[in-house]
Design a binder for this molecule. Structure first.
Ligand code: E4P
Length: 218
């Protein structure tokens, strides 16, 4: 399974890329706002040091403006993945971009029916939002399973399931078990994935026992 990081913070992305943990990046208007920097400049910078796809989202909601925004975002770098919302206008923009060979990520997916529409236009990625479904009392992970099962049943569908709105390490594990192709993880959650008390305890013991040997490897 591939790991994308869900942030527009360049320093955090660089740290994870240097650690060899990154296959790509996702951003959205809220994350751009949080990062507090110029959008185009930020995406341009990220695309230079991340090898994989970097999702950059259109901001308008009408077809004409979204189309122009999508075309502009697509010129930033070869690895830009244009993100469009799961609306009739968003999918129309997405279809045009796909027809021109542009990778797209269809965002704000909350149902399998919506995921079928994204697959129909040949989307590169569909982004079901797990955490936001959990937040309203629905089982977000069920949606990942449903979409994965449907896409697997139709080999002509190339769209990859990108599990989004991740709240913790268990979401990452469950998304993997549920057939997600990619999971986009906030940096904090990626760091939490390292944690296990038995790892800390075991390492402490190994360090103490090694010191007791009085030896040195180097
Ligand atoms: C995905 O591409 C979105 O940017 C993101 O995962 C949304 O997550 P949130 O629900 O934590 O805002």
């Amino acid at each position: 399974m591939k790991f994308f990081v869900d942030t527009a913070n360049v320093d955090e992305i660089r740290e994870l890329a240097d650690a060899g943990l990154l296959d790509g990046v996702t951003t959205n208007p809220s994350l751009i706002n949080k990062a507090g920097r110029d959008f185009i400049e930020t995406i341009t910078e990220i695309c230079k040091f991340v090898d994989g796809p970097v999702s950059a989202e259109v901001a308008a909601t009408d077809y004409e403006t979204m189309m122009k925004e999508g075309e502009k975002l697509a010129t930033i770098a070869d690895n830009v993945c244009v993100k469009v919302p799961l609306t009739p206008a968003g999918l129309k923009v997405g279809k045009n971009l796909v027809d021109n060979g542009q990778a797209i990520n269809v965002t704000l997916c909350f149902s399998a029916a919506q995921a079928l529409l994204a697959a129909k236009i040949g989307a590169t990625y569909i982004s079901p939002f797990i955490g936001r479904l959990d937040d309203i009392g629905q089982e977000g992970m069920t949606l990942i399973r449903e979409i994965s099962d449907i896409y697997t049943a139709y080999p002509e569908i190339d769209t990859q399931v990108l599990a989004a709105s991740i709240r913790g390490p268990q979401h990452v594990v469950q998304a993997a078990l549920s057939g997600a192709d990619v999971v986009t993880v906030p940096p904090k959650v990626l760091h939490q994935m390292f944690n296990h008390p038995l790892t800390d305890k075991g390492l402490e013991q190994f360090v103490a026992d090694w010191q007791a040997t009085g030896q040195s490897i180097l």
